[in-house]
Design a protein around this ligand. Structure first.
Ligand code: MF3
Ligand code: CO
Length: 248
């Protein structure tokens, strides 16, 4: 069952979303060569401490971090630790917050230091960002859920990249993960009909090489099987009677 949120509830999700956005902006400022991924966790905790809220990830099924930080071949769910960013790396930062009983979730991928213009990594990042934008554009009343999925897949594959199958976007609001699951691949014109008041976390994960991923021995970090790059962007959005409303 896909929950329909009231305007009041969407406002509360947006308040959580503002904290998520602030954290991502601040973490972006320390994303440079030499930064250890644990520094993102520390900084996020510092900001969380200033608001009446908590990390939606810490403790979720035993996840140990406050945020997720995924470098290069890491797709999602990288645990912050001693890995240091180097010139030319790409880093995915994923932040989820619960505030006053409501959740918001968002992710970005950044290039570290000087990437040569036209570098493959930058193209992968831009393609994933654009895939998210095109997916969100389909999140309108009357469309079907997999119209979103299809738009993402079509864009990524048209650029020669592949779509991760093992992880998906999700409904969000009173919990971090609600119905429906939102794959980043699918057939146009299929899936549940979209209605005003649905709140969705749309999150394309796009690989430079093959779509296959595996999870490391830490039980969390998902990496590409071929060890090629992966990028991830995510927004929490609400479907309205007009354009989709981005809450993060
Ligand atoms: N954005 C991710 C998600 O939607 C992050 C979850 S990390 C976890 O699932 F630790 F909370 F699982
Ligand atoms: Co998510």
């Amino acid at each position: 069952m896909i929950d329909i949120k009231s305007g009041h509830e969407i406002g509360l999700i947006e308040e959580a979303g503002k904290v998520v956005k602030t954290i991502l902006e601040e973490l972006g400022k320390i994303a440079r060569p030499g930064t250890a991924t644990l520094e993102f966790d520390k900084k996020a905790e510092e900001i969380i401490g200033k608001f009446r809220c908590r990390s939606a990830f810490k403790g979720y099924r035993g996840y140990p971090g406050t945020v997720c930080v995924s470098v290069n071949e890491e797709v999602v769910h990288g645990i912050p630790g001693n890995r240091r960013l180097g010139e030319g790396d790409i880093v995915g930062i994923d932040v989820g917050i619960e505030k006053d009983g409501y959740f918001a979730d968002s992710a970005i991928t950044l290039a570290i230091g000087d990437l040569r213009r036209g570098a493959k990594a930058l193209d992968l990042i831009e393609t994933t960002r654009e895939a998210l934008r095109l997916g969100i554009r389909e999140a309108v009343e009357g469309n079907r859920l997999f119209d979103i999925s299809h738009a993402i897949q079509r864009h990524a594959e048209s650029r020669g990249y592949s779509v991760v199958r093992d992880f998906v976007g999700h409904g969000i609001g009173k919990k971090l993960h609600e119905d429906p699951s939102i794959p980043n691949f699918g057939a146009k014109g299929t899936g549940p009909r979209l209605k005003s008041g649905m709140v969705l976390a749309i999150e394309p994960m796009i690989n430079e090489g093959g779509w296959e991923v595996e999870v490391l021995d830490d039980g969390w970090t998902a990496v590409t099987k071929d060890k090629k790059l992966s990028a991830h962007f995510e927004h929490t959005i609400a479907i309205t009677e007009n354009d989709p409303r981005i809450l993060t």
